[in-house]
Design a protein around this ligand. Structure first.
Ligand SMILES: C[S@@+](CC[C@H](N)C(=O)[O-])C[C@H]1O[C@@H](n2cnc3c(N)ncnc32)[C@H](O)[C@@H]1O
Length: 245
């Protein structure tokens, strides 16, 4: 297995800032709730990072176990969770072995694509299946791969101003042949620069259906937005619901 894609301690504040901007948070919780009401449920949030997704799910009334391979991310999550019912586990989600099973498993904003190869995605889907209670469901929150191809192989850069003296720049390049996405994230101040990068590998919906079947799961719904719009050729999101076969 490849090394997990995690960010070192020096990048965590920048990562947390960018995660707060990009993670769907409440949108994710609303989408999951439209399929499985979250109040009183147990949820396994894989790739929880600094907690943006886990906190939104806990705020919807669930009891969350947040898994991440990055200790610095979990330290920040733990320092910010307050009274929320969010426990943490430092582990690699691709071969996770917990003693408990959950009503819901979530992977927010393209975390599924951080399992790089088909084999790693199958291992991850098996790990998801192992941790689902009978009747439970898993939720993969993915960008629709068509979004990566719009720039047609050239790097695409977006800059967000943050107040008077900081800006965030995200540069992304996707390779159609290998389905690899390279992202470089930068937080710039007047005299500071923090940057980190991330490699991911997208999967199309037919691939996810096939990999899920190999892992003993089935795609039971696909939505095109957190509000539950149907998934079409114009959707920006590809929101996949999985259940045990
Ligand atoms: C896109 S971030 C999502 C963060 C969070 N869920 C949110 O919504 O803000 C992906 C997270 O997955 C974690 N990660 C990547 N590979 C991992 C692995 N193999 N096992 C566990 N965590 C992993 C990273 O450390 C990072 O925190």
């Amino acid at each position: 297995m490849s090394e997990p894609t995690v960010y070192d301690a020096a990048a965590i504040d920048a990562y947390n800032l960018i995660s707060s901007m990009l993670s769907p948070g409440a949108g994710l919780a609303a989408w999951v709730s439209s399929h499985r009401p979250l109040a009183g449920r147990t949820v396994l949030d894989l790739g929880a990072g600094t907690g943006v997704s886990s906190f939104a799910i806990a705020d919807a009334g669930a009891q969350v176990v947040a898994v991440d391979a990055s200790r610095p991310s979990l330290d920040l999550l733990e320092s910010r969770r307050g009274e929320r019912k969010v426990d943490t586990v430092e582990a690699d989600f691709r071969d996770l072995q917990l003693d408990s099973a959950f009503d819901v498993v979530t992977m927010s904003k393209n975390t599924f694509f951080l399992a790089q190869s088909h084999d790693e995605k199958i291992e991850l889907l098996r790990a998801i299946g192992r941790h689902l209670k009978p009747g439970g469901a898993a939720f993969l929150d993915c960008t629709d791969p068509v979004e990566y191809l719009r720039a047609d192989g050239t790097a695409h850069t977006v800059t967000y101003p943050l107040g008077r003296d900081r800006m965030v720049t995200i540069t992304q390049n996707a390779d159609r042949a290998t389905q690899a996405i390279m992202s470089i994230f930068m937080v710039q101040g007047a005299s500071t620069l923090t940057s980190f990068h991330e490699m991911a590998t997208w999967a199309s919906l037919p691939e996810i259906r096939l990999l899920a079947r190999i892992a003993g799961l089935e795609v039971t719904a696909v939505d095109g937005s957190y509000a539950g719009d149907p998934y079409t050729a114009r959707s920006r999101e590809m929101l996949v619901v999985l259940e045990a076969k």
